[in-house]
Design a protein around this ligand. Structure first.
Ligand code: BDR
Ligand code: CA
Length: 310
């Protein structure tokens, strides 16, 4: 089976990505690493372990990583994910104390070395842990098979979700993103350009009625859906993070093209903007696969079906 480390800042859609990935039964998760992002690190870790308990896979270890961005102060996204990060859907769930103390970037380096050429990283939060791992051991760029990142927007200027031209995960730690983009790693950016086409609406959720995840999906996404309705006019939960898993499982969901992509770290208006040189004006080697098309309806339906069958 495919070996994967999933890096999360759980988060409503991170939780859905964890469930989808595990329930697909096609991925060997070596561990899940957590990072400060949607909510502070201790909460992303707790949420991740609660979700694993809900699934019944507490045997998967959780490795806490960076508790802040490389340089800037952390900015959280309570408006989208609720006061606890998962829409308070698992408030009553008790969890054991953490078992794993290994620092996430160390775990990434260790596993990249152990599984040279075999390991995929799926990153659905700010890229701080991977940037720290690269700083510690730059050779991992040659050892890791590929990195699938939920982040950025490249062709829909003005349609960002943190700044008009910036997406949250990249905006949350643009310096880390710059390190990752220029590391030589094989990076695919599953950006807002495609994820904003994958809204899970109430009618999709209702298909889960009577199944294991109905209550969690309905309750955890409530704040997210009403925020989306107010802000973007759609009462739905964009499946940002699950789409990275979808792409890992089935390449035919998304069409990609490779270009030179850089990230703005200096400007206040454009901090965290992912700039794609579609016309090769800078004459630089392409470094990032970007997503130009998504088969959204098929992906959403397949996602629902995996949850339904659980
Ligand atoms: C990304 O930011 C977070 O709020 C979500 O979990 C997702 O990873 C979307 O911009
Ligand atoms: Ca996330």
């Amino acid at each position: 089976m495919n070996k994967v480390i999933l890096d999360v800042d759980t988060g409503v859609d991170d939780a859905l990505a964890i469930i989808y990935g595990i329930e697909s039964k096609k991925i060997d998760f070596l561990g899940i690493t957590t990072v400060s992002g949607n909510v502070p690190l201790d909460m992303t870790e707790k949420n991740t372990r609660k979700v694993l308990k809900l699934i019944g896979r507490e045997d998967i270890n959780v490795y806490p990583g960076a508790d802040r961005p490389l340089l800037r102060e952390a900015e959280y996204e309570y408006r989208v994910h609720g006061s606890d990060g998962i829409g308070n859907a698992l408030d009553d769930m008790e969890i054991e104390h953490a078992k794993e103390e290994q620092f996430a970037p160390d775990f990434i380096v260790e596993q990249a070395k152990k599984y040279k050429g075999e390991l995929t990283l799926i990153m659905v939060g700010p890229l701080t842990n991977l940037a720290l791992a690269l700083r510690k051991e730059p050779k991992i760029a040659g050892w890791i098979k590929e990195v699938i990142v939920m982040g950025g927007l490249v062709s829909k200027a003005g349609k960002g979700n943190s700044l008009p031209n910036s997406e949250f995960n990249i905006y949350a730690d643009a310096e880390a993103a710059a390190i990752v983009f220029h590391s030589g790693l094989e990076v695919t950016l599953v950006s807002l350009d495609v994820t904003l086409q994958t809204y899970m609406k109430l009618e999709h959720i209702e298909e889960l009625k009577g199944t294991k995840y109905y209550d969690f999906v309905l309750n955890s996404t409530e704040v997210f859906r009403s925020f989306s309705k107010k802000r973007y006019g759609t009462n739905g939960c964009a499946l940002h993070d699950p789409l990275t898993i979808g792409y890992f499982l089935d390449r035919s969901y998304i069409e990609t093209e490779k270009y030179f992509v850089d990230v703005e770290t200096l400007s206040s208006l454009g901090y965290g903007q992912t700039i794609c040189d579609f016309r090769n004006l800078w004459e630089k080697e392409p470094n990032v696969n970007i997503c130009v098309n998504v088969d959204a309806e098929r992906f959403i339906q397949d996602f629902i079906n995996i949850l339904k069958q659980a």
